[in-house]
Design a protein around this ligand. Sequence first.
Ligand code: SF4
Length: 423
Amino acid sequence: MATRPAIMGVGNGLPQLERMLSPISESLIPGNSLNVGIQKVTIFAAGLLNLEMLLFRTCILLHLQHNWRQTIRRLLLITRTGVPQHLWSIVELENKTRRHNKVSESSPTVTLRVGVSSCLLGQKVRYDRGHKRDRFLSDELGPFVDWVPVCPEVESGLGLPRPTMHLAKNGDSVVLIETKSGLDHTRTMKAFARRRVRELRELNLSGYVLKKDSPSCGMTRVKVRNEKGMPDRNGVGVFAAILLQALPNLPIEEEGRLHDARLRENFIERIFAFQRLNMLFTGHWTRQQVVAFHTAHKLQLMAHSTKIYRDLGQRVAAVKDLPRTEFRDSYIGDFMTALSKVVSPGRNTNVLQHCAGYFKKQLTFGERAELTDLIHDYRKGLVPLVVPLTLIRHFARLYDIDYLKGQYFLDPHPRELMLRNHV
Ligand code: SF4
């Protein structure tokens, strides 16, 4: 028969929840669900062995399921023996960090500027006055960025509504033509794109999201009709091609590819990193600033490319011997090339194990085993990256490991986006 559990801490500032639960503690049996106000809470922590780690995992699971503000309200830990105080300290520490995020040096939540195909934000600029609003961009990423919407077809004067267009092969070149009339808009679009991209360069964008499949905005695999009128998926939109060529280091992605969790996480990581790079190299920069920047990104670089991580390390060590412009341009180029490589679970595992080495002497046998298990679980795909990372962040703070606390690998983008809950 299941033991009746006692109700223990429900987090600071939630005494009313505790009061609400007291009369119904009889029903707090593992596996039961009950309604707490409008929340449905499942009881699963009572009466089990290895309680501490179970509760820690409970914190993480709740963290994964909801955004933080909701999580702290929903956090309900029920146990026969009580909630160990240090587990609450993890929760409280996370909560404080979250509040501090807006100004934290290790948390890149400063607003950044990102170009976007206008129709993806819901603007009715498509040929039929429709739009292609993307909810991730408008609702989730939107609060963290200043969008710079561009509709090349409307802005170049093609009007609304307008005839449909496509790319077509014409000898060695590719042209943008109206599907029905065959009217060629290639020159107009190219002239517009060169001018608009010059303006965009001045805005110091941190990234760009393009609409897939568009003969103007598509970045890859856009249909190009061959001489027989058959489509080959090997084209690039006319505007996109000029953008890609003019701003080779700028993180650019299509909205379609952003539906893949790993590509999405990689893109968001790159736009925040590119913003930090721009901030570093805008105005007069010093050797000390470069060394500090590079140090904070070491583990991030190591995860993406060991070779570039080593090369850049040597270059930073010799920064005072190199011409400034040459150093800056090559550092930005190689840094962004490294980050464009999507990190595999195996590479992340190596870096997680590397992190664990920084506090292996301080950990108890049980803590070390738990961390090792979580890293293995991540490698096997049983838990997402955020799970071992959360424990590493906790130990880095607990044992005050400055080097780890300053690493962007642990916090490359706002946690509210929950990107590492899915990779
Ligand atoms: S895909 Fe590009 S050109 Fe087409 S409607 Fe969207 S923003 Fe405009």
